[in-house]
Design a protein around this ligand. Structure first.
Ligand code: ATR
Length: 272
């Protein structure tokens, strides 16, 4: 990578940010396309979002990804919000232009592309586990795809609130949802830690189920479902696809998705 006087700057803001995998594949995409650009992580403290955004914009940064915990708050700071980001209530892609700051959401597109590669969604009963921030983009994607959404959340009121917005039916237990659906999507944080107790008895999953976990690696949910003969996928492709759509928004170029995916896989396998 040759950084010159006219290298364009892109990045990701969040807190913490050291774990972010986006720099790995975004930089590879710039390099592959031959763009004079770099993508760097910025760790921003919770109270500093507005000041940091202003500073980055004034420093000539062209675009940013936005991750936890700023995806919702960033809506209040953009000049133009895409319809999707507005309905989801969160954004993950900022583009700084001469006409102001534009905010988009590409998480839902990342989820949809990943899910559609695995299975059809229209008319299917889909159980969504979780009603937190990550769930909203998934629910939006499922609603647009014409799926019949069943929603479970540990805190019932949160599920009820989202069910109204995204036309879902609330179920009182994961078991109830598993029985009446063919696709199961985990959007909760359960599985992030190795010793997390399971959300439900995963051995109730059958071979006819398709199981998606948006966590980037194979969680106990995914591993058990695979053993039961179910179709499964973790969230790594969703990560790449949302990033690819951000790349498209910033550069106007077709994102080299295969190159991005391979960069990420090479990076992760080299760490094993
Ligand atoms: P994110 O932005 O990653 O979705 P979040 O908004 O904090 O993070 O939401 C986390 C989700 O995981 C929520 O649905 C949360 O359930 P609650 O709304 O009841 O808090 C869910 N979650 C976290 N820990 C859980 C656990 N041990 N069992 C069940 N659900 C859990």
């Amino acid at each position: 990578m040759n950084i010159t006087g006219d290298t364009s700057l892109y990045g990701i803001i969040g807190y913490p940010i050291g774990h972010s995998l986006s720099p790995v594949f975004q930089n590879k995409a710039f390099e592959f396309i031959g763009l004079n650009a770099v993508y760097v992580p910025f760790e921003i403290k919770h109270t500093d979002l507005a000041t940091a955004l202003e500073g980055l914009k004034l420093s000539g940064v062209k675009g940013l990804n936005v991750t936890v915990p700023f995806k919702e708050e960033v809506i209040t700071l953009a000049d133009k919000i895409s319809d999707e980001a507005y309905e989801i209530g969160a954004g993950n892609t900022l583009k700084f232009t001469d006409n102001g700051t534009e905010l988009y959401n590409t998480d839902w597109m990342g989820f949809l592309k990943m899910a559609e590669e695995l299975t059809e969604l229209e008319g299917r009963n889909v159980l969504v586990l979780g009603a937190g921030g990550a769930s909203r983009a998934v629910l939006y994607a499922l609603k647009r795809s014409g799926a019949n959404i069943l929603l479970w959340n540990r805190t019932l009121e949160r599920a009820e609130r989202l069910a109204e917005v995204f036309c879902a039916k609330v179920v009182k237990s994961p078991e109830e949802g598993v029985k009446s659906s063919t696709i199961i999507v985990n959007t909760t944080s359960v599985g992030l830690k190795e010793d997390d107790p399971p959300l439900f008895d995963y051995s109730t999953i059958e071979a006819y189920h398709t199981v998606i976990d948006i966590i980037y690696w194979d969680t106990p949910l995914i591993n058990t479902a695979r053993k039961k003969g179910a179709k499964t996928i973790n969230g790594l492709n969703m990560l790449v696809y949302q990033g690819a759509e951000s790349f498209r928004i910033w550069t106007g170029c077709e994102p080299p998705v295969k190159v991005m995916k391979k960069a990420l896989e090479d990076y992760l396998y080299s760490k094993v």
